[in-house]
Design a protein around this ligand. Structure first.
Ligand SMILES: Cc1cc2nc3c(=O)[nH]c(=O)nc-3n(C[C@H](O)[C@H](O)[C@H](O)COP(=O)(O)O)c2cc1C
Length: 407
C-alpha cells in the first residue's frame, strides 16, 4: 500500500513484489521493440548503451520489448532471441549495464504467432484464419502444449544470463493475446471457447515458468484491457482474466490495450489524449491483489502522481516519454521537466511508432541531439533496416528445424 501522506514522494517509494523482489520506485520503462538486435537475435553495442542510459535515468524497472522465445515467430528481425544459441557474452553485458543503479531489467518474452514478421516467418496463431488480406495457419494441440516449456526455457535462460525477472507479452495482438481474443481464437478444444479456456494457455505458461525459475524470481504479464477491435477481447473478459491471474504466482500485471492487427488501434501510435487505461485499472484493482501497472498516454508528472495517489495502480508504465527523455524517472522524482511531445500532422498508420523507434536508435548512439527527421523518412529508414536484417535472420534461423532451435 502506498504512503499517500506526501504526494511529492509518491513516485520515489519502493514497491515490494509478491516474490520478495523490491523495485526502487514507481516508474517502469515499458517494453519497446527497439529493433536494435543484430539480426541474429543478439544485442548490439547501441542496444546495450540504450538500456544503460535508461538505468542511469533512474527508472526502477526497464523492460526489453519483444525478446523472442521461438525464432520462427518474431515480431521483427531486430528482436532479441533467448535460446541455446544466444550470444551469452553480449546478453550478459546487456543485463549488467542495464541494471546499474539498482534498476531491474526484464526481457519481455514474446511470440508473435499470427502477427509474426511475414518475410521471415509463417504466421501461425491459435486458429487458421483468413480475414481480408490477412491470413495465418492454426496451431496443433501438440504445438500449443509445447508452449509452456518453450516459455519456461527462455525464462531460465534469462535468469542464467542475469536478467532480474521476465514479463510475458499477452497484449497487443501477439500470440498469448491472440489466444484471449475470440477473433483469433476459434478453437473448440480446451484452449478455445469460454474465457476460462482462452486464458488456459497463459495460466499454464505462468505455472511452468514459476516451477522452472523458483519462488524468488519476478514474473510479470502485460495484458490488454480491451483489444479495441471488433470481435476481440472485451473489457469484461479482460477483467475475468485478471481475476484468474490473482490465483497465479504472477508478481506484476501491466495493463495496456489495442492491437497491431492491420487497421486496428495501437496505443504506441495514438497521439491524442491519455492516460488511456486508468479507468480500467480502477476496475482491475477490484478483482486482484497483485500489484498493477498502467501504461499508455502518460505525458506529465502530475498525471503519474494523480494515478498513484488515487491508489488505482502501484506503478506507472511509460514508453514514448522515456524516449523523449531517458532521464525522465530522475527528473520526475526530483520534480522537474515534462517532455515536449512532437506534433505529427495526419500520421499514417505505424508512422508514430516508426519515428519513436528511430529516435530510440539515436539514443543508443548518444546522438539524439542530431535527430531531426520527418515521419516519411523515419518510416523509410525503419523499413529499410528491417529488410536488411531479414537476410541475417534467415541465415541464422530459417533452415533450422524446431528441435534444433529449441534444444
Ligand atoms: C517504438 C515502440 C515500440 C513498442 N514496442 C512494444 C513492445 O515490444 N512490447 C510492448 O508490450 N509494447 C510495445 N510498445 C507499446 C508501449 O509499451 C506502450 O504500451 C505504448 O507506447 C503506450 O505507452 P506510451 O503512451 O507511454 O508510449 C511500443 C511502443 C513504441 C513507441
Amino acid at each position: 500500500m502506498l504512503n499517500t501522506a506526501n504526494t511529492n514522494t509518491l513516485l520515489n517509494q519502493p514497491l515490494e513484489l509478491p516474490c520478495g523482489a523490491v523495485l526502487k520506485n514507481r516508474l517502469l520503462k515499458s517494453a519497446m521493440s527497439d529493433s536494435l538486435g543484430n539480426g541474429r537475435g543478439d544485442p548490439t553495442d547501441a542496444q546495450i548503451r540504450l538500456y544503460e542510459r535508461w538505468a542511469q535515468g533512474g527508472v526502477a524497472l526497464s523492460i526489453i520489448g519483444e525478446v523472442q522465445v521461438d525464432p520462427r515467430f518474431p515480431e521483427k528481425p531486430g528482436n532479441l532471441v533467448l535460446d541455446q544459441n544466444s550470444n551469452l557474452k553480449a546478453m550478459r553485458s546487456l543485463a549488467v549495464r542495464a541494471s546499474i543503479a539498482g534498476t531491474h531489467i526484464w526481457p519481455q518474452l514474446g511470440h508473435a504467432g499470427a502477427l509474426a514478421y511475414p518475410a521471415i516467418s509463417q504466421a501461425t496463431g491459435p486458429s487458421t484464419l483468413k480475414i481480408g488480406d490477412f491470413q495465418c495457419a492454426g496451431m496443433s494441440k501438440i504445438e500449443i502444449e509445447q508452449l509452456p516449456d518453450t516459455y519456461a526455457e527462455a525464462a531460465v535462460m534469462a535468469q542464467k544470463i542475469g536478467f532480474t525477472g521476465v514479463q510475458l507479452h499477452a497484449g497487443h495482438g501477439f500470440l498469448l493475446s491472440q489466444f484471449l481474443s475470440p477473433l483469433f481464437n476459434r478453437r473448440t478444444d480446451r484452449y478455445g471457447g469460454s474465457i476460462e479456456n482462452r486464458s488456459r494457455i497463459i495460466i499454464e505458461v505462468i505455472a511452468k515458468i514459476r516451477c522452472a525459475v523458483g519462488p524468488n524470481f519476478p514474473i510479470a504479464i502485460k495484458i490488454n484491457s480491451t483489444d479495441q477491435l471488433e470481435g476481440g477481447l472485451t473489457q469484461a473478459d479482460a477483467l475475468k482474466v485478471i481475476k484468474r491471474l490473482n490465483s497465479t504466482s504472477v508478481d506484476l500485471i501491466e495493463l495496456s490495450g489495442g492491437t497491431y492487427f492491420p487497421g486496428a488501434k495501437s496505443s504506441s501510435d495514438s497521439a491524442a489524449g491519455g492516460p488511456y487505461f486508468i479507468d480500467f485499472a480502477k476496475l482491475a484493482r477490484g478483482v486482484t491483489n497483485i500489484p498493477l501497472v498502467v501504461t499508455g498516454g502518460y505525458k506529465s508528472r502530475v498525471e503519474a502522481i494523480h494515478s498513484l495517489s488515487n491508489d488505482a495502480v502501484d506503478m506507472i508504465g511509460i514508453a514514448r516519454a522515456m524516449v523523449l527523455n531517458p532521464s525522465l524517472a530522475n527528473d520526475w522524482i526530483q520534480g522537474t521537466s515534462d517532455p515536449k511531445f512532437p506534433q505529427f500532422k495526419s500520421p499514417p498508420t505505424g508512422g508514430i511508432t516508426a519515428w519513436y523507434t528511430m529516435l530510440i536508435s539515436a539514443l543508443g548512439q548518444d546522438a539524439e541531439n542530431a535527430f531531426d527527421i520527418d515521419l516519411p523518412s523515419a518510416i523509410r529508414l525503419y523499413e529499410a533496416r528491417d529488410e536488411e536484417r531479414c537476410h541475417q535472420w534467415r541465415t541464422k534461423f530459417s533452415h533450422r528445424p524446431l528441435d534444433v532451435v529449441k534444444k
